[in-house]
Design a protein. Structure first.
Length: 94
C-alpha cells in the first residue's frame, strides 16, 4: 500500500472513532487523562518531564482530530461541556 493510501486509511479510522458519542467520550477521556487541560508541573523535575510527555501525546491526538475531522472534534468538546457543566464561581465573603 502506498504511503498516501496508508495515511488515508489512518485518517478514515481516526474519523470513524469519533463518529459515535461513545467514541467521542473515550477520546475526550484520553485527552483528559493524558493531562491536556492540566498543568504538567510537579515538584520533581522528572515528574514534570513525565507529565509533559503524556501531555505531548494528548496534543498530538488533538491536532490529528482537528486536521482529520474538526467538526467531530468540536462536537466532542460541546458534548463534554453539556455533560459536565462548569463549576460555579464561589465569591469570597467580605
Amino acid at each position: 500500500m502506498s504511503p498516501k493510501k496508508v495515511q488515508e486509511q489512518i485518517d478514515a479510522d481516526f474519523k470513524a472513532g469519533l463518529t459515535t458519542p461513545a467514541g467521542r467520550r473515550v477520546f475526550i477521556r484520553m485527552l483528559t487523562q493524558a493531562g491536556l487541560w492540566s498543568s504538567s508541573y510537579v515538584e520533581s523535575p522528572t515528574g514534570t518531564a513525565y507529565n509533559e510527555g503524556r501531555r505531548s501525546v494528548a496534543l498530538a491526538l488533538m491536532q490529528e482530530a482537528q486536521r482529520v475531522c474538526p467538526e467531530l472534534y468540536s462536537q466532542a468538546l460541546r458534548e463534554q461541556l453539556a455533560e459536565k457543566p462548569p463549576e460555579p464561581v464561589v465569591e469570597a465573603e467580605e
